[in-house]
Design a protein around this ligand. Structure first.
Ligand SMILES: [Zn+2]
Length: 492
């Protein structure tokens, strides 16, 4: 009896396994949702074969910093899948769509730009995770419990400390999410209501994540002139709550602060040498993007020529314009334009050109730095191109063009490093018996094609994206919309 053929055989590629080890020429066989064999499989048969000669075969990329909480339920997720992402980590920046109380409605500010949640069928965080599992998104999804939403559930938008009973309620939400398999707790300490929290409140919530083996992930309180104090706060929370800490989208915002990542990284290295587990992630661009309302509190981006309107609900004619251009169109002085736009479109999203390339390069090249898109999947407008191009951009710009990273190291930052950090189980490496999340690309041509003017463009140079053994993207189009699954934290 001949053995049953494999479901899929990827022949003749260079396997870059995600660990940072040098690439080797090998075939990769897939059965079901697992990698069945890696090696010389010349004599083997398969139901489907892919010729990967001249191509790189790597684990699918893991986006550690996604805001796709609603998008994974309601969109094809093409903007992530087509760039080689097979796993998305949602619930970042303390923002999200669970827990959900229909009486209170959605959380104002940052959470409101995550997309329409329709008739939310979930209440608790665990119920949201079950909904993601039922929906079978196009990519795998792991979740962080968002502190801002938890706080909103307990005390709404009140600018005060929670009472003992309210803090218990918050801790219970975190405990429930962690028990359901969340990877950790996130905070967004520039956004209301998360920014109303004192450090001690966050430590108490983080203890619940610590008890379950989770990680603490933070959009820190200040990424400009008080960057160091903000990093120190995140590190203190990790230390006192007893869990690993991760600084989200690490950067130095505003010209006065350029270069400060030297100090922040030195400090993180000191803490690591002292035995504390601190890491960070980055998106590979010198512009950030968030709700326009956050800009009022962020004077670093105050130059109206450096602010680009990405999404302005109800006023599409302003999208793609700088704040100065928008002010002229509205016949207003530049300093009045932000509040005028927000009065009409409180959910407006903007792009801020506030960073220095030297800081981006310093952060991206650090061995403890992972890659996260921070993409905001607004249905309309001209989103920051990171939504479509983050991962190819790292391989194009920092691996091929700048030679800041080896190909193997670039891939490691997007695969095994985050998979271990967030305890995603047998993902993030190409190994027998592990999940068949695979991307096949051309290292010589992979490129981020999205621009600030025309952001909605798929990258070049990616041949196949395979999610749990299913070919989900090929030849530049999405072939499958439901190959993903919910990924629960796997301790140990
Ligand atoms: Zn953030």
């Amino acid at each position: 009896m001949p053995e049953k053929p494999y479901d899929l055989l990827i022949r003749g590629g260079t396997v870059v396994d995600g660990t940072g080890s040098p690439g080797v020429r090998a075939d990769v066989a897939v059965d079901g949702d697992r990698i069945a064999a890696i090696g010389d499989l010349a004599g083997e048969a398969a139901a489907r074969e892919i010729d990967a000669a001249g191509r790189i075969v790597a684990p699918g990329f893991i986006d550690v910093h996604a805001h796709d909480d609603a998008a994974v339920l309601t969109t094809p997720m093409d903007f992530k899948l087509m760039q080689g992402v097979t796993t998305d980590i949602v619930g970042n920046c303390g923002a999200g769509i669970a827990p959900h109380d229909p009486e209170r409605g959605a959380v104002p500010a940052i959470s409101m730009v995550l997309g329409d949640i329709g008739e939310a069928r979930w209440r608790s965080f665990g119920e949201y995770m079950a909904e993601v599992e039922r929906a079978k998104p196009a990519v795998n999804v792991a979740c962080l419990v968002p502190h801002g939403v938890v706080r909103y559930a307990a005390i709404g938008m009140d600018m005060r400390a929670p009472s003992a009973g309210e803090l218990d309620e918050m801790r219970e939400h975190v405990r429930e999410g962690m028990a359901a398999g969340a990877a950790g707790l996130s905070t967004g300490l520039i956004y209301p209501p998360g920014r109303f929290a004192e450090t001690e409140e966050i430590i108490e919530c983080a203890k619940e994540a610590a008890a379950e083996g989770g990680v603490y992930v933070s959009h820190i309180r200040d990424e400009g002139e008080r960057l160091m104090e903000a990093v120190e706060e995140a590190v203190r929370i990790g230390d006192e709550a007893g869990l690993p800490a991760q600084i989200s989208h690490h950067k130095a915002n505003g010209e006065k602060s350029w270069g400060r990542t030297q100090d922040s990284i030195s400090y993180i290295e000191e803490r690591r040498a002292a035995g504390q587990d601190v890491t960070f992630d980055v998106y590979p661009y010198t512009a950030g993007s968030t709700v326009l309302s956050a800009f009022i509190a962020q004077p670093e981006g105050a130059d109206p020529d450096n602010v680009l309107l990405a999404s302005v609900p109800g006023r599409p004619e302003l999208e793609g314009k700088t704040l100065r251009e928008a002010a002229e169109m509205l016949d207003l002085p530049a300093e009045d334009a932000t509040s005028a736009i927000l009065r009409h479109s409180p959910g407006a999203v903007a792009i801020f050109f506030t960073m220095d390339e030297a800081d981006v390069q310093r952060v991206v090249s650090h061995e403890q730095c992972m890659i996260g898109s921070d993409g905001i999947p607004t249905p309309g407008g001209k989103p920051h191109p990171r939504l479509y191009g983050t991962f190819p951009r790292v391989l194009q710009k920092y691996v091929r063009e700048e030679r800041l990273l080896s190909l193997e190291e670039g891939v490691r930052k997007m695969t095994s490093l985050p998979a271990r950090r967030f305890k995603l189980g047998k993902r993030g490496e190409l190994r027998e018996g592990w999940a068949a999340d695979i991307v096949v690309f051309d290292a010589d041509t992979i490129a981020d094609v999205a621009t600030y003017e025309e952001p909605r463009q798929y990258p070049a140079g990616i041949d196949y994206v395979i999610v749990n053994g299913t070919v989900a993207a090929e030849d530049g189009h999405q072939a499958e919309h439901h190959a993903g699954t919910l990924v629960r934290r796997e301790n140990g």
